[in-house]
Design a protein around this ligand. Structure first.
Ligand SMILES: *Cc1c(COP(=O)(O)O)cnc(C)c1O
Length: 355
């Protein structure tokens, strides 16, 4: 730390992303990327013609992308704001809706960035513990008095909250914005988009990183009332009007337009997930019910950390969190069938070695 860093950031602990080894030496099941390539239309959209226009700024209205998203979800373009990853959208939400006395409210075990952003913006927080079974108890969020952030399905557990229960949270927080982070919703969850017309306090955030096979393009988006989206737009245009580059705008639009490929990939991942959950249970693991493109599982006998380290030695990367309540677990991204076979073979070896 230099002596120039603002004092308020002295104790800021930044988010630790999952390891991103730049070679191909690992079977990578640690950051919930899709094992499948982007939709065929994405490659076609990134024509040499668009590359040759990189000397010019991108469209600050991101019209091609905004329109494609709006069309897919049956919204007006003014109800949609794409961002440079949904992480950027979340930053705009913390910035726009948590100031003054509002602060932020979220679960004790959820997406790690909520805590980081709350610290970054020096916000008051209300942290609500998940139940023993890692579920969200809706009543605990009633009249939160703060801007509420809920990942649904939740990370890193994969556990989902039914739409009816989520609606109760919306009903009991009319004075606060409720942000539903739907990074994993396409793997068997229920989107809150259908509630937008009835709740002006609802903001839905999604990403292209998981179910749309574009983590490297850095694209996410918010959906909400025209007014809420206008507030987020104010943040964007006060920060970086050209936040999405030319290539990502076209890539995202093409991915959104290919519904069939999206359906095929998400369906395949859900099938693989169910098979992997059974295989892990057969090996004595405790596996939480997942509606995401990962499973959160605790091996028997050896702890989560030892299992993570031994898998890594065998060339398989998963994610282990050094955090109370979940040290026994690892989060395993659902990859291709071949990748999951490698994981299970490595697991069998580890279980044999640690008998
Ligand atoms: C992956 C993830 C994000 C971030 O996605 P990007 O669009 O890649 O920034 C947001 N929220 C949750 C819960 C996630 O798991």
């Amino acid at each position: 730390m230099s002596r120039f860093l603002s004092r308020r950031f002295a104790s800021l602990a930044p988010y630790t992303p999952g390891e991103q080894p730049q070679g191909m030496e690992y079977v990578k099941l640690n950051t919930n990327e899709s094992p499948y390539p982007p939709a065929p239309g994405v490659i076609a959209a990134l024509s040499a013609a668009e590359v040759s226009r990189l000397n010019l700024y991108s469209d600050p209205q991101t019209k091609a992308l905004t329109n494609a998203i709006a069309k897919r979800y049956g919204l007006f373009p003014a109800q949609v704001l794409p961002g440079n990853g949904s992480d950027e959208i979340l930053v705009f939400c913390f910035e726009a809706f948590c100031g003054e006395d509002a602060g932020a409210c979220f679960a004790d075990l959820t997406y790690g960035f909520y805590e980081v952003y709350a610290r970054l913006f020096c916000l008051e927080t209300k942290v609500i513990a998940l139940s023993e079974r890692f579920t969200i108890e809706p009543e605990a969020y009633f009249n939160a008095g703060k801007t509420v952030f809920i990942a649904n399905p939740n990370a890193p557990t994969g556990v989902f909250l039914a739409l009816g229960e989520l609606e109760e949270i919306l009903k009991h927080n009319r004075e606060n914005v409720v942000v539903i982070d739907e990074a994993y919703v396409d793997f068997g969850g229920e989107s809150a988009v259908s509630l937008l017309a009835r709740y002006e306090n609802l903001l839905v955030v999604q990403t292209f990183s998981k179910s749309r096979n574009l983590a490297g393009a850095r694209l996410g988006f918010a959906m909400g009332s025209e007014q809420l989206i206008g507030d987020l737009m104010k943040m964007k245009f006060s920060f970086n009007p050209y936040n999405i580059n030319r290539l990502s705008i076209l890539a995202g639009a093409a991915a959104m337009e290919d519904g069939a490929y999206f359906e095929a990939c998400t369906k395949k991942i859900m099938q693989t997930r169910e098979a992997v959950a059974v295989s892990l249970e057969e090996r004595g693991f405790f596996v939480l019910p997942s509606r995401a493109n990962f499973v959160f599982a605790a091996p028997k006998r050896i702890g989560g950390e030892a299992y993570y380290k031994k898998l890594k030695e065998k060339g398989v990367l998963v994610r282990w969190f050094d955090r109370d309540r979940i040290r026994d677990f690892v989060r395993i991204t659902i990859g291709s069938d071949a990748q999951m076979k490698t994981l299970l073979n490595a697991t069998d070896q580890i279980l044999e070695e640690t008998k």
